[in-house]
Design a protein around this ligand. Sequence first.
Ligand code: GLA
Length: 380
Amino acid sequence: MNAIAVSFENVFEKQPSVVGFAPGRVNLIGEHTDYNGGHVFPCAIQMGIACAAARRADGKLRFVSENFCSTGVVEYSLADLSLQDVWADYPASVIRAFAACGHPLECGADFYFSGDLPDGAGLSSSAALEVVTGTVLKELFSIPVMKQEIAMIGQLAENRFIGVNCGIMDQFASAMGKQGSAILLNAGTLAYAYAPLGDSALVIVNSMVKHSLAASAYNDRRRECEAACSNLGVSALCALTVDEFERRKHLISDPVCRKRAKHAVYENQRTLDGAAALQRGDLTAFGALMNASHASLRDDYEVSCAELDFLAETAQRIEGVYGSRMTGGGFGGCTVSLMERAAVEGFVSAIQTAYCERFGVTPEVYPITAADGAKGERVL
Ligand code: GLA
């Protein structure tokens, strides 16, 4: 937290009064189920975004990010937080969302951000940016909001102001993560339970393909799921069990929407089965469910790509790996693989060599542990 305070002071020539940190996340299973009222199983990771902030006497909001140096200072005013088509639209939209939820800021503020999450890699750099902003605002303006509400305000900012219709998973994991555990979250009711990950290793592999087209494709998938819901006469796809879906799937007129719905319903069941397998220590069963999740995202939900397929399929064949799948929204980004601890070293060199031979790019590899969620504190 100290480094971020020093950076803030160098830029704004005063000390910050609050510092905070929010992690990214990796989802172990339960992909594209959150906005279908289903279950997800993410954990927060060590990588994330730090922020330092101080109030201003006027109504200006100024944002600087070490990760977008060339953009310099981005300035808004409390009276006009409309989009400027830059990274700072995310924190600015969180401020708008706080106001929309009954927490308007009484004055402006300066913010400095710095993060180590790769951008556009499906590890929720946007959610971490939203959640760290909310966490810092809470301290800076003594706003009475719980961590869970900060997650929901972050999602609101993204849905209403940024224009991406994301679910709650990413912000929830960033705000509510717990060291050593994944979170089994019912995204329909927000009921959740922590699930210890036990003695295994998680390794993220970055395909280095940025998911730049993901926002529009993501909103398309949501529309397809909504069409399937209206054919089936249900408010959310994951309200159906696998059996109920099989009996009623003929009601979905469009074959593409039928495939999307199949993924959501079966993936929700896989997530519940996965959490149960983990609880009884059956990592082999958990891994098989991860592999099945990848196949469904590739074939039925159609959000994978050649690079992610190659990474998942290569990983699945490496000794000591329980399972591997794409993680996050898709169309690029990362895979996550669950393996024996002793297998990590061999895995890293095997996957890097294979990917480099096939695509001519060395993928970044991040061995991770499940981490705590967002934190903020007053420093002045
Ligand atoms: C993105 C969204 C999440 C979730 C995943 C897919 O990360 O932000 O809400 O829908 O895609 O599981």
